[in-house]
Design a protein around this ligand. Structure first.
Ligand SMILES: Nc1nc2c(ncn2[C@@H]2O[C@H](COP(=O)(O)OP(=O)(O)OP(=O)(O)O)[C@@H](O)[C@H]2O)c(=O)[nH]1
Length: 767
C-alpha cells in the first residue's frame, strides 16, 4: 500500500522479507513523470530519524516512529517515494535501519543487500548518523560504514558512475562543522583503509569514486525550528552536490518502465548473491527495454500502418508499395531510435536490427501477397500476349516461349521494384508458382489448340471422304473397296501430312506426334468403317432397291415391260445374282490387298450353280456361312456376319418372291386385258361397220332428201314463176276486171260479169 500525502506518494519497494513490489511504479505513478530525475537514498541506524529527515527534506510521507511509543523499528525493507518539489524530481528511498539491532549482529546479509542495492540505484546516498557516534570505533556507524564500503567494492571496478555520500550528523553538538567534517573524513578514511579490498582497488583513494559531503543538523526533538531551518538549506546542498554547471550530473534519462525493470533485475541479482555487474546490468536492462520498445513499435506497426497497407495491397503499384514500406519502416525506426536513445549503443543497434527484421518479416507477408496478386495479373497478361502472338501467326511453341520469357522478366522487375533495401525477400516461391501456372496454362491451351488442329484435319477428312465413300458403298460393286481404299489412302496421307506440319510448331515429342498422327489415321479408317456399317445395316433395303431396279428396268431409265413372252423367273434370278454381289461387297470392309472369296462362298452357298436358290435345302453341318466373321486378315473387317448374310438372303428371297409373283400376276392380268381388248376391238369394228352402213344410208337418204328438196324447190320455183305469171295475169285480169266493173257499174252487165267472171277469178288467184 502506498502512503499518500499531497503528491509525494510513498510505497514499499522491497518488503522486509526481501520480496520485490512489482507495483511500486504504478503506486507512485512513476509513468506520469519524465525521464529526468535523481535517486536519493538514506541509510543509517534504526530509529535515527531517517524518515523524519526525508519527510522534512522532500515533503514525502514516510512513516515515522511516534516518540511516545519508544524507539522500535518502523521501516522494514525499502520504501520509495516520488518527490515532486525538487527540480528534477527525486525518487527517494528510505532503507530499513541497518545497525543490526532488530535483525541481530549476525544477520547482516539483508542489510548488505539493501545497502548495495541502494548504492547501485542512487545518485546520492545519505548516511544518517548520530553526531556522538563519530570516532566511536564500536559505534553503530562503524558497522554501517563497513557495510557501505564492503558493497562499494563490488561497484567500483564496474560502475564508473561517480556517486555522492552525504554524511548527515544528527543532534549536532557545539563542535564546529569543519571539525566534524574532519572527524568524519578521518573516521571514514580509517574504516576505508581497514576495509578488505580486492587487489585492483588497493591503494586507491575513496574520493576517486565518491564525493564525500558532511553536514550536521540540530535535534529535531529538542530544537525543532533550527532543525527545520537547517533542513531547508540541506536540501539545496544535497542537490548541489550532484549538480555541475547548473545541470544535474546524474539525470538518469531512462523512462519509468526502464527504471522499474532495472531496479527489479538489480535486486534479484543482489538477492541471489550474484555478482552485481552494473554495465552488464545496464545491457541487460537495455536489452529488456529495447525488446519491449521493439515489441511495442512492432505491435503498433502491425496494427496500424501495416494493416492499412496490407488491406490495399491489390491496388498498389509495386514501386509505390516499396516506397510506402520504406516510409513506414523509417518512421517506425525513427520512433525506436528516439525512445532508445539513452540505452547502450550496441544493444540499441542489435534490437534495432531485430525490429527491422520483424518488420521485414511482417512486410514480407504483404510482399508475398503483392507478388501473389501480381502473379495473377502476370498470368492474365501472359494469356493475352500468347493469344495475340498466336493470332499474329507465330507457332505455338515459339509464342509460348517468347511470351513466357517476356512476362517472367517483367515479373522479376516487379519483384525487384517491390523489395525494400537489404530485405532479401524470397520471391522464388511465387515465381515458381507463376512458372507452374504458365506451364499449366500452356499445357492446357496446347491441348486445346492440338485438338482444334486435329479437328480441322478430321473435318477435312470427313468432307473429302464422305461423298466418295458413300457413293462407292452405294454402288456396291467390284470397284467399291478398291475405290474406297484409294480415297482413304489419298485423303489420309493429305491430312496426316498437314497435321504433321502443324505439329512441328507445337514443341511436342516425336512419340506424342506419332500417336496423334496414328489417331488421325484411325479416325479416317473408323469413319469409313462407320459409314460402311451404316450402309451394311441397310443392305436389305439396298438389295430390294437393286432388285426392283434390275427387275423392273431393262436399263437405266428404260422400264421393263413384261409380256407373256418374258421369262420372269430368269429375269428374277439374274437380278438376285446382282443383289448377291451387293451383299458380298457389303459383307466385309476390305482395305487391304487380299483377294477374298466372300462372293463365291455366298454364291455357292445361297444359290446353286444354275442360279437356283438352294439355301433352304442345304445341310447346316457343312454350311460355310455358319460363322460370325469373314476376317481372314487384319485388313478385313466384318460388316455383315456370314450367318447374318444367310438370314438376310432368306428374307430377301421371300420378299422378292412376292415381287416376282406379283409380276407374273400382272402378266396374266395383261393377257386377260389384251384378250378383252381384242374382243372390244372386234365389237368396235363391227359397230363401226354398222355405223358406216348407217352413215351411207343416211347419206343416200340425205341425198334423196336433198334431191327431193331440190326438185320441190324447183317445182316451187316453177310454181312461183307460174304464180308470178298468174299474178301478172291476174293483175292484167284485175285491171281488165276493174275496167269491166267500171263498165258494169255503168250497167247491168257489169254485175253479171262480177258474178260470173271477176269473183271466180279472185278466188282462183287467192288459191
Ligand atoms: N533525538 C532526536 N530524535 C529524533 C530526531 N529526528 C527524529 N527523532 C525521533 O526519532 C524517532 C524515530 O524517528 P524516525 O524518523 O521514525 O526514525 P527512523 O530512522 O526512520 O526509524 P526506522 O525507520 O525505524 O529505522 C522518532 O521518535 C523521532 O521523533 C532528531 O533529530 N533527534
Amino acid at each position: 500500500m502506498a502512503r499518500r500525502k499531497d503528491k509525494c506518494y510513498a510505497t514499499q519497494l522491497i518488503e522486509g522479507n526481501g520480496r520485490f513490489n512489482d507495483k511500486f511504479s504504478e503506486n507512485i505513478k512513476l509513468g506520469e513523470s519524465g525521464s529526468s530525475y535523481v535517486v536519493i537514498s538514506i541509510m543509517g541506524p534504526q530509529s535515527s530519524g531517517k524518515s523524519t529527515l526525508l519527510n522534512h527534506l522532500f515533503g514525502t510521507s514516510f512513516k515515522e516512529m511516534r516518540a511516545e511509543k519508544g524507539r522500535s523499528q518502523t521501516t522494514k525493507g525499502i520504501w520509495l517515494a516520488k518527490c515532486a518539489n525538487t527540480e528534477p524530481y527525486a525518487l527517494v528511498a528510505d532503507l530499513e535501519g541497518n545497525d543490526g539491532r532488530e535483525r541481530g549482529e549476525s544477520d547482516t546479509a539483508f542489510e548488505k543487500q539493501t545497502a548495495l542495492f541502494a548504492l547501485a540505484i542512487s545518485d546520492v546516498m545519505i548516511v544518517n548518523m548520530w553526531c556522538h557516534d563519530i570516532g566511536r570505533i564500536h559505534g553503530a556507524n562503524t558497522h554501517l560504514l563497513t557495510i557501505v564500503f564492503q558493497v562499494m567494492m563490488q561497484l567500483f571496478s564496474r560502475d564508473m558512475h561517480k556517486k555522492t555520500i552525504f554524511f548527515i550528523l544528527r543532534d549536532k553538538t557545539k563542535t564546529p562543522l569543519n571539525i566534524l567534517k574532519e572527524q568524519v573524513n578521518d573516521h571514514v578514511k580509517e574504516i576505508w583503509n581497514s576495509t578488505q579490498k580486492p587487489r585492483s582497488l588497493e591503494g586507491i583513494p575513496l574520493n576517486k569514486y565518491f564525493n564525500v559531503e558532511v553536514d550536521a543538523l540540530s535535534s529535531y526533538e529538542r530544537e525543532e525550528q533550527e532543525f527545520k531551518n537547517e533542513v531547508s538549506s540541506l536540501k539545496n546542498k544535497i542537490l548541489q552536490s550532484i549538480s555541475f554547471d547548473g545541470h544535474y550530473r546524474y539525470q538518469h534519462w531512462i523512462d519509468a518502465a526502464t527504471f522499474s525493470i532495472s531496479v527489479k533485475q538489480m535486486w534479484n541479482t543482489i538477492k541471489e548473491n550474484k555478482e552485481l555487474d552494473i554495465p552488464a546490468h545496464k545491457i541487460m536492462v537495455g536489452t529488456l527495454r529495447c525488446e519491449q520498445i521493439v515489441n511495442g513499435k512492432f505491435e503498433s506497426l502491425k496494427n496500424q500502418d501495416w494493416v492499412e497497407l496490407h488491406k490495399n495491397i491489390k491496388s498498389l503499384d509495386p514501386s509505390l508499395f516499396r516506397e510506402k514500406l520504406i516510409t513506414i519502416l523509417n518512421r517506425c525506426l525513427s520512433q525506436y531510435d528516439n525512445e532508445t536513445i539513452y540505452f547502450d549503443e550496441s544493444v540499441r543497434a542489435e534490437k534495432r536490427e531485430s525490429l527491422k527484421e520483424k518488420a521485414r518479416q511482417l512486410f514480407e507477408r504483404s510482399y508475398q501477397g503483392l507478388l501473389d496478386h501480381q502473379r495473377c495479373i502476370t498470368l492474365s497478361t501472359f494469356k493475352k500476349e500468347l493469344d495475340s502472338a498466336l493470332n499474329g501467326g507465330k507457332t505455338f511453341a515459339l509464342s509460348a516461349s517468347d511470351c513466357s520469357e517476356h512476362v517472367m522478366a517483367k515479373f522479376d522487375e516487379i519483384c525487384t521494384d517491390a523489395t525494400i533495401p537489404q530485405a532479401n525477400w524470397d520471391s522464388s516461391g511465387v515465381r515458381l508458382q507463376l512458372k507452374q501456372d504458365i506451364g499449366e496454362y500452356v499445357t492446357a491451351l496446347r491441348q486445346i489448340k492440338l485438338d482444334e488442329c486435329t479437328k480441322i484435319y478430321k473435318k477435312q477428312l470427313k468432307e473429302a471422304l464422305t461423298v466418295p465413300v458413300k457413293d462407292s458403298l452405294h454402288e456396291a460393286d467390284m470397284n467399291t473397296w478398291p475405290t474406297i481404299k484409294w480415297y482413304l489412302q489419298r485423303e489420309t496421307m493429305s491430312a496426316v501430312n498437314g497435321l504433321s506440319r502443324e505439329l512441328n510448331g507445337f514443341d511436342i515429342d516425336d512419340k506424342r506426334k506419332d500417336e496423334m498422327l496414328e489417331r488421325l489415321k484411325d479416325y479416317a479408317r473408323d469413319m469409313v468403317e462407320k459409314m460402311a456399317k451404316e450402309e451394311a445395316n441397310g443392305v436389305l433395303k439396298h438389295m430390294h432397291d437393286r432388285f426392283l431396279m434390275l427387275f423392273t428396268y431393262e436399263s437405266k431409265n428404260v422400264p421393263r415391260i413384261l409380256t407373256e413372252n418374258d421369262d420372269v423367273k430368269a429375269i428374277a434370278e439374274g437380278s438376285r445374282k446382282q443383289c448377291l454381289k451387293l451383299l458380298a461387297v457389303m459383307a466385309a470392309m476390305r482395305l487391304g490387298d487380299t483377294v477374298d472369296n466372300i462372293e463365291a462362298t455366298l454364291y455357292l452357298t445361297l444359290m446353286n450353280a444354275n442360279g437356283k436358290d438352294d439355301s433352304s435345302t442345304r445341310t447346316t453341318s457343312s454350311d460355310p456361312l455358319d460363322k460370325s466373321t469373314w476376317e481372314e486378315d487384319p485388313t478385313m473387317k466384318t460388316l455383315i456376319a456370314p450367318s447374318q448374310c444367310k438370314t438376310l438372303w432368306n428374307k430377301f428371297q421371300t420378299d422378292t418372291e412376292h415381287i416376282v409373283n406379283h409380276a407374273n400376276s400382272v402378266i396374266q392380268a395383261k393377257l386377260m386385258a389384251k384378250k378383252a381388248q381384242e374382243e372390244a376391238d372386234a365389237a368396235n369394228k363391227k359397230a363401226n361397220q354398222m355405223a358406216e352402213q348407217a352413215r351411207r344410208e343416211v347419206i343416200a337418204l340425205k341425198k334423196e332428201a336433198e334431191e327431193a328438196i331440190k326438185k320441190a324447190f324447183e317445182d316451187a320455183k316453177i310454181a312461183k314463176a307460174d304464180a308470178e305469171q298468174a299474178k301478172k295475169a291476174a293483175t292484167v285480169a284485175e285491171r281488165a276486171y276493174n275496167e269491166a266493173v267500171e263498165k258494169a257499174k255503168r250497167g247491168f252487165w257489169g254485175r253479171v260479169l262480177d258474178y260470173l267472171i271477176f269473183k271466180p277469178f279472185e278466188w282462183i288467184v287467192s288459191q
